[in-house]
Write a protein that binds this ligand. Structure first.
Ligand code: GLU
Length: 498
């Protein structure tokens, strides 16, 4: 069969609704989306729920909402309507496999008629024995082909007697499947290593292998882009295309995502669900940009790309073969870059989302929050940094710090001075006096605050003056500089605290 000659590129993302959308799935969807959009083609979302035992309630919703949040909107298939409800568009539906069972059955039977598939009546017990035997014989796992030898009459008798059966693909015994992977180049598998795959299960459901081929064909898919774990299934799929006499799509298998220790990315080492990242305050633009770079780069130094820019730049040729390390620090860096791009109003509402209730209950919350943004943007990379460091770094803006020991006000040069504490107190009293005379409208300007306090530091020393100011305002040894603290807290509160 020749390769697909359709002019329009059609790609698909075909997740199984077995839980939540994984970040690896997001990357697959993104690459497939980019590939289609770059050429003005179509990107479709199909739900592969043929394994009913693994299908999870709410799985389809999680996938579609996660994709929509990330900005990957299918042209066809399953998507969300404007009210956020699941809907379906396109002329090749239904796009949920469990609604297409008749089609798969029809094609499985067609393969039987053509002699490319056969009924198999083996019981689970027998299959278990075959498995053990093959292990002992050091053969690759797989079916031993017993039912392939049944005569038509024997099969008819068993069918008449309603014996439980499946339909298996009859893989050639000799030869090899060779194909050109768009990322990995030439790939070949010996047929002797390929199993006679079950196509239709005894409950009438197809397996993934039959369904994926039937659907990719009927949905006019030209490029199958999917994770590397499917590469060994590709010979079965290609053989099915040949049996049906259908044009084959092109295949591209994406490199694995790895933890920093180069093991396969797993839940055990961190979050894998897209929605977990959303909940932690990662912006969709940041996660998408980061995920785009897991296995791809533009070939130069540029790192920041909007989805639109990715569409222009992306190509499968630039996707790497080797596994891509999922580096959380890099993701944090991206997120910070995108947080910096938010408008003041957007950032304020972002921060507000992550502020604990205790902050919001404080009388000065509404007043202080906007003034806190400038320092927060330099100190956080994601929303949970706010919640995680609230106690230490943020709480004192909303609740007056409790200074247990007055001696913490004393700068180190005065620690051994018997008059250290009284001196510090008198410096800070002078600072208070100066600040109380600073006009209200000057408080919105950090530099104006600094200008009036600075002469005192020339007189008494920098640490000697600024240290007690910092400690009395924040109760902390580490904080933004004292002028920033004054600006954030505002005149009234500053005078009260000093
Ligand atoms: N349903 C498969 C999955 O969950 C899709 C594999 C493919 O894209 O062919 O990953």
């Amino acid at each position: 069969m020749s390769e697909n000659t359709n002019t329009q590129i059609v790609t698909r993302f075909a997740p199984s609704p077995t839980g939540y959308l994984h970040v690896g799935g997001l990357r697959t969807a993104l690459y497939a989306y980019l590939m289609a959009k770059k050429s003005g083609g179509r990107f479709l979302l199909r739900i592969e729920d043929t394994d009913q035992a693994r299908t999870v309630e709410g799985g389809i919703e999680n996938i579609t909402h996660s994709l929509a949040w990330a900005g990957i909107i299918p042209d066809e298939g399953i998507k969300l309507d404007e009210n956020g409800a699941i809907m379906e568009t396109g002329h090749n539906g239904p796009y949920i496999q469990s609604e297409r069972l008749n089609l798969y059955k029809k094609y499985a039977e067609e393969l039987i008629e053509k002699g490319h598939a056969y009924y198999c009546f083996c019981t689970p017990e027998r299959l278990e024995e075959v498995k053990t035997q093959r292990q002992a014989d050091k053969l690759p796992p797989g079916y031993d082909g017993l039912c392939k030898t049944l005569s038509k009459e024997e099969v008819d008798v068993k069918l008449q007697a309603s014996e439980k059966h499946v339909i298996r693909l009859s893989i050639p015994e000799v030869g090899a499947s060779v194909f050109e992977d768009q990322i990995r180049g030439s790939v070949s598998f010996q047929y002797s290593d390929v199993d006679d795959q079950v196509l239709l299960k005894s409950d009438g459901f197809p397996t993934y292998h039959l369904a994926v081929v039937v659907d990719d064909h009927h949905m006019e898919v030209t490029h199958v882009i999917r994770g590397e774990e499917w590469i060994s299934s590709t010979p079965k799929h290609l053989y099915l295309y040949e049996c049906f006499g259908w044009e084959k799509p092109l295949f591209a298998h994406l490199p694995l995502l790895l933890n920093s220790d180069r093991s396969k990315l797993s839940k055990r080492q961190g979050d894998v669900a897209v929605m977990d990242y959303k909940d932690k305050g990662y912006l969709p633009e940041a996660l998408l940009n980061f995920v785009a770079f897991l296995g791809w780069n533009p070939g130069d130094e540029r790192e920041l790309f909007t989805l639109k820019e990715l569409v222009e730049e992306f190509s499968l040729e630039k996707v790497n073969k080797s596994g891509a390390v999922f580096n959380l620090e890099k993701l944090d860096w991206y997120n910070h870059e995108y947080l910096k791009k938010l408008s003041k109003e957007e950032f304020e509402s972002y921060v507000d989302n992550f502020m604990p209730a205790i902050a919001k209950e404080s009388d000065n919350y509404k007043e202080v929050l906007p003034r806190l943004l400038g320092t927060l943007i330099e100190r956080i990379e994601k929303g949970t940094d706010i919640t995680d460091t609230y106690e230490e770094n943020i709480s004192y803006f909303f609740t007056k710090p409790n200074i247990q020991d007055e001696n913490t006000l004393v700068w180190k040069s005065l620690k051994d001075d018997a008059d250290g504490l009284p001196k510090s107190k008198s410096y800070i009293a002078e600072v208070r006096e100066i600040l109380s005379n600073l006009e209200d409208d000057k408080w919105s300007d950090k530099e104006a605050i600094k200008d009036v306090v600075w002469p005192l530091t020339d007189k008494y020393g920098r640490g000697e003056v600024l240290w007690p100011l910092r400690v009395s305002l924040s109760g902390r040894e580490k904080s933004p500089d004292p002028f920033e603290l004054c600006f954030i807290l505002g005149k009234e509160e500053v005078l009260r605290r000093i």
